[in-house]
Design a protein around this ligand. Structure first.
Ligand code: F6P
Length: 340
């Protein structure tokens, strides 16, 4: 068999380990040929690819980013200024390459595209990746553990300077519309307030929580805010800046804000992410060898499994109110900026 691999959407730690997991299993165990398609779906549209052999697949386990490059190209998106039939082009180039299957490593957008490709008759297997951990159908995505570890280390560092200056540090973390990174890094980093989009928040409750700490003699506070949290009042500014300004305007507290940004996405994957990526890559290749297509590989109850792409496409996995970390956080007196 001949398979293509592409990586699409925002990069994350562990993609290269997945490429290695797919590629080496394909070549060494199933005797398949492997083609790497550059820059996500753009590469397939432009016929930009490279043949991957064992040498090309070496040294990838610990490397962040994606050696194939990525893009946010959505070939099925309606275009205002062009009537070029990109889906047809995609299918044509897939056929020209003589592929038996395309492995699409990506996030929610990629799974949507993969489902549409499947409907066009392209054999495709999706592998979920994102630091946001928001892909429906899988318990965890690689990249998340690394992002949480990085964010936690940053929060640790902010504690000491916050303490020295008796300040409130408002730290904004990534996560798109979900609060997974904020919840996990906030809890691991000992944040005093954690704000996630799923729960909503009231800025006055944040001030109350910080003042409660002040009254007990705890003179510094760490507020972790997910980027997807709304800047209340419809402000265009980032939630960390909105909140920081609001706190200073409505209290005597002194705030500083930090937006961690792409620091969370770069660098080497953790051991857990490397192993998850390797397992998912191997499992995806096994499915292909059994001619099981049109699915996304996933972790359910800690086991590798797969789900139909059309079942996954367009859904989002968000944090539930009964998440054990939310429940335990409240027991510890951590504020989520809500009424209770
Ligand atoms: O989906 C991953 C992610 O890092 C989100 O957390 C973030 O909102 C977005 O990508 C940033 O995208 P870009 O790198 O295109 O600015």
């Amino acid at each position: 068999m001949k398979i293509g691999i592409l990586t699409s959407g925002g990069d994350c730690p562990g993609i290269n380990a997945t490429i290695r997991g797919v590629g080496r299993t394909a070549i060494l165990h199933y005797n398949m040929e492997v083609v790497g398609i550059r820059k996500g779906f753009s590469g397939l549209l432009e016929n930009d690819y490279t043949i991957m052999d064992e040498v090309a697949l070496s040294g990838l386990l610990y490397k962040g980013g994606t050696i194939l490059g990525t893009s946010r190209e959505k070939p099925f998106r309606k275009r205002l200024f062009s009537d070029e039939d990109l889906p047809r082009k995609l299918k044509q180039h897939y056929d020209d390459l003589g592929l038996d299957c395309l492995v699409a490593i990506g996030g929610n957008g990629t799974m949507k595209t993969a489902a549409k490709m499947r409907a066009l008759g392209i054999n495709v297997v999706g592998i979920p990746k994102t630091i946001d951990n928001d892909i429906w159908g899988t318990e965890v995505t690689f990249g998340f553990d690394t992002a949480v570890a990085t964010a936690t280390e940053c929060i640790d560092r902010l504690h000491t300077t916050a303490e020295s200056h008796r300040r409130v540090m408002v730290v904004e973390v990534m996560g798109h519309k979900a609060g997974w990174i904020a919840l996990h890094s906030g809890m691991a980093g000992g944040a005093h307030v954690i704000l996630i989009p799923e729960l909503g928040y009231n800025p006055d409750k944040v001030i109350e929580a910080i003042n409660r700490r002040m009254n007990k003699g705890k003179l510094h506070s760490i507020v972790v805010v997910a980027e997807g949290v709304k800047s209340l009042g419809g402000e265009k500014e980032r939630p960390a800046f909105y909140l920081s300004k609001y706190i200073e305007e409505h209290s005597d507290l002194v705030c500083r804000e930090t937006v961690l940004g792409h620091i969370q996405r770069g660098g080497s994957p953790t051991a857990a992410d490397r192993n998850l990526a390797t397992l998912l890559g191997g499992y995806a290749t096994e499915l292909i060898s059994n001619r099981i297509f049109g699915v996304m590989v996933a972790v359910v109850n800690g086991q590798m499994t797969h789900l139909p792409l059309e079942e996954v496409a367009g859904k989002l996995k968000t944090v539930r109110e009964d998440n054990p970390l939310v429940i335990q956080g409240k027991k510890l007196g951590i504020s989520f900026g809500t009424e209770d």
